[in-house]
Design a protein around this ligand. Structure first.
Ligand SMILES: Nc1ncnc2c1ncn2[C@@H]1O[C@H](COP(=O)(O)OP(=O)(O)OP(=O)(O)O)[C@@H](O)[C@H]1O
Length: 381
């Protein structure tokens, strides 16, 4: 799939923008603080309805305005689909083919994106919540069912935590109601865990191959999904559900005492093992970088395998951070098949030979200068 065009109105520092993109590589070139990341963010938001940089949608609206608009045309399987998002004080509205979608989960999945950013290392080095967020976000894009189950799980978890707090403070005492919430949480939790294990097994296969190539056959990458019910690929959804039920019963006293849900996929983690050792604890910086890159690159192939289409790739200032071997691998694996947007302050340091006919957009203060072809920029260098 690729994004044919984008229209912005009062988004961050863009008053108004209308742009048509290259199906291959689009380079967003500019000095610091001109709007390169903002443009990448607009594409990310158009895909997922929320930003990777802020939890507050208000931040996306231009400081001088009350509402913002992002719209774009996505091309896949010979059809073009218009997508539109509006943000205002009243909240956000999402439209597909000009029709408003009642649920955001019906909107997500029309445009699939994978973002590479310097913070990706956090996937390996950060807390378990970073990895859970990664899993939910990426798998949610590929599977509407996963997205729905994850949303339901979050809602019931919130209700159950509220109720456990009431029980803790003795403002409530109905344990039958707690049982109802536990049952629902166990059911959605079991679906999530089974789906995560299934997705991760597929992602692991792709990531293993990539990691092997980047590490020049020296390292073997493996995943381990750490969960409280010891579920594996062989465990059924029903068995996971039963295990959660048993644990809820066993830990009821403790959960009421602490006023929070102690069991469930919101407590799980994903370990990355390089040559059998957890790379978070024992890996070098280089091994951690290679792991993060392998996992993200593997996603490209997993999305293609599951949805039938390559996602759009967003590279936020990452090429200059990669050494030659990693940069070459990244550029080779996307060459001629994945629409890519990359931000950079300078074209030097980018292996231009590996990028075919990119379009270079010069960005200054939220405006795009008329695009230049790669050859013109070559001459200018
Ligand atoms: N809601 C907003 N309204 C208007 N301007 C905004 C808003 N949010 C951010 N900005 C401005 O956008 C600019 C930042 O743009 P962006 O993050 O895209 O920079 P960049 O070109 O990627 O720079 P760098 O290379 O430093 O990462 C800043 O000048 C900031 O003040």
């Amino acid at each position: 799939m690729y994004l044919e065009s984008l229209h912005l109105k009062n988004f961050r520092n863009y008053d108004a923008l209308d742009v048509t993109f290259n199906q291959g590589v689009n380079v967003l070139l500019g000095e610091n603080a001109q709007g390169k990341t903002n443009l990448l963010e607009a594409i990310y938001v158009l895909a997922l309805t929320r930003s990777h940089r802020t939890a507050n949608d208000r931040d996306l609206i231009n400081w001088q305005a009350d509402a913002a608009l992002i719209s774009g045309r996505v091309h896949k399987q010979n059809t073009t689909t218009p997508l539109e998002l509006t943000f205002s004080k009243k909240g956000k509205k999402a439209r597909v083919n000009h029709l408003e979608q009642a649920r955001l989960s019906a909107y997500i999945g029309n445009l699939n994106v994978i973002l590479f950013a310097p913070e990706d290392l956090e996937l390996v080095k950060g807390s378990p919540s970073v990895r859970r967020h990664f899993i939910d976000q990426e798998f949610g894009q590929m599977s509407p069912k996963y997205l729905y189950n994850a949303g339901q799980y979050r809602t019931i978890l919130r209700q159950r935590n509220n109720y456990l707090r009431q029980l803790q403070r003795k403002q409530a005492k109905d344990l039958v109601y707690l049982g109802v919430l536990s049952d629902q949480l166990a059911a959605f939790g079991a679906e999530l865990v089974a789906a995560r294990i299934n997705f991760l097994a597929q992602l692991e296969q792709w990531a293993k191959d990539v990691h092997q190539v980047i590490s020049q056959e020296r390292e073997e990458l493996a995943f381990s999904y750490v969960n409280q019910v010891k579920a594996t690929a062989e465990t059924t959804v029903d068995e996971i559900y039963q295990s959660y039920q048993e644990q809820f019963e066993r830990q009821q006293h403790k959960e009421i005492e602490q006023g929070t849900t102690l069991i469930g996929p919101h407590r799980d983690d994903l370990h990355f093992l390089v040559n059998g050792k957890n790379v978070q604890t024992f890996g070098s910086q280089g091994q951690q970088r290679t792991t993060a890159l392998s996992v993200k690159l593997a996603e490209i192939d997993l999305m293609k395998a599951i949805t039938g289409e390559y996602p759009v790739l967003l590279l936020d200032d990452v090429l200059s951070e990669l050494d030659d071997a990693r940069q070459t691998h990244l550029l080779r694996s996307i060459q001629d098949k994945v629409q890519t947007f990359l931000t950079t302050t300078s074209l030097s340091g980018i292996a231009r030979k590996l990028i075919n006919d990119p379009t270079v957009f010069d960005i200054t203060s939220g405006k795009l200068a008329p695009e230049s072809s790669a050859n013109e920029s070559d001459a200018a260098e």
